[in-house]
Ligand binder design. Structure first.
Ligand code: ATP
Length: 338
């Protein structure tokens, strides 16, 4: 059946007793999209993934794949495959047999099997590792084998549950780039679960931020970062300064809860002139943290409260603690939050 989406959740809930693990969630994932479900521990991401895979069934609502209602159907009747954080490789089988496993079960003839294993090894850059056992591989290599094994059946949708969670930072960053490149190459819809905001920003076409079983906001990485809709999203994706009440009104002219990102605020000594069109506030530097590429300042405002400011280290004129400063920002960088 033709449809313009790969996955559709329509008012899906999954309750465990009193716990609303997934609470009235609705969204579409486009065919070929890299879609990330991002949120803190316990926000319902994995449960949502399991509902798409068919490992679990919703308490209410419907799950669709490519135009077909699959609610109630078991995993093997869904054209999806899953990669887990712990790889789940067979320890006694070599790499080639691990990858070929799905084809063996389906009784695909050996020459065809071997051809596709080679193709997959090439895709995940592990050619030459056919005969190794999982115990003879690094964490990153094991994860690539798991990925190859999940892709060899050409599922229309690949579900990935924190697949990079066990890797150290450097390897994780490298795998983020590789994973995105592989997804582009194969063109399969990827649904990716993570609690790591950087990972989500790096790889995704769109991100859904989960909070307490609900989706707070869905958008491209840039939309989510530049235009967070809620206090939760502003705080979870990057850092944000939040202003509210009279203080917000006095500083920005806006009512409600207002957010501004630390890197959107310019910091200069108090005697420098502020360019036209910018809003400004005066204060004193209370804390300075040098972070290599940038420096983070905490500035106590004369009008009360404080703002975090991040300045890229273009030169080495770090402002000292106690320095009187003027902060300035463009009003278009202010966001009113729900
Ligand atoms: P994490 O990042 O820690 O994996 P998550 O966002 O994936 O978290 P879920 O695993 O989906 O969160 O869990 C959502 C909520 O549902 C949690 O409060 C969890 O304790 C609860 N939950 C999940 N599975 C079950 C279950 N089988 N029985 C009871 N409660 C469950």
């Amino acid at each position: 059946m033709q449809s313009d989406y790969a996955v559709r959740l329509d008012r899906v809930s999954r309750h465990f007793g009193d716990v609303r693990a997934v609470d009235d969630v609705t969204f579409d994932i486009a065919d070929g999209e890299f879609f990330t479900m991002l949120g803190p521990s316990g926000s319902g991401k994995t449960t949502c993934l399991r509902l798409i895979a068919g490992f679990d069934q919703p308490t209410s609502g419907r799950v669709f794949l490519h135009g077909q209602d699959v609610t109630g159907k078991p995993p093997y009747e869904r054209d999806v495959n899953t990669v887990f954080q712990d790889y789940a490789l067979f320890p006694h089988m070599n790499v080639a047999d691990n990858i070929a496993y799905g084809l063996m079960i389906r009784k695909v003839p050996k020459p065809e099997r071997m051809r596709r294993v080679r193709e997959m090894l090439d895709l995940v850059q592990l050619s030459g590792f056919e005969q190794r056992k999982p115990s003879q591989l690094s964490g990153g290599q094991r994860q690539r084998v798991a990925l190859a094994r999940a892709l060899i059946n050409h599922p229309r949708v690949l579900l990935l549950d924190e697949p990079l969670g066990a890797l150290d930072l450097k390897l994780r960053q490298q795998m983020q780039i590789e994973l995105k490149a592989i997804q582009k190459k194969v063109g399969i819809t990827f649904v990716f679960v993570t609690h790591d905001q950087e990972e989500a920003l790096t790889m995704s076409d769109r991100i859904a931020v989960f909070n307490q079983g609900k989706v707070e906001q869905i958008g491209t990485p840039e939309e989510m970062y530049e235009k967070p809709a809620t206090v939760f999203v502003a705080g979870f994706l990057g850092t944000s300064n939040l202003l509210s009440g009279e203080h917000a009104r006095a500083l920005t002219g806006l009512a409600g809860t207002i957010s501004i990102r630390p890197e959107k605020i310019r910091i200069c000594t108090a005697d420098e002139r502020v360019a036209e069109g910018l809003q400004s506030a005066r204060g004193v530097v209370r804390d300075v943290v040098y972070l290599g590429t940038h420096t983070r300042y905490l500035v106590e405002l004369d009008s009360g409260g404080d703002l975090v400011v991040i300045e890229q280290n273009l030169d080495s004129h770090e402002l000292p603690r106690g320095q009187r400063v003027t902060l300035a920002w463009h009003p278009e960088h202010l966001r009113r939050l729900a």
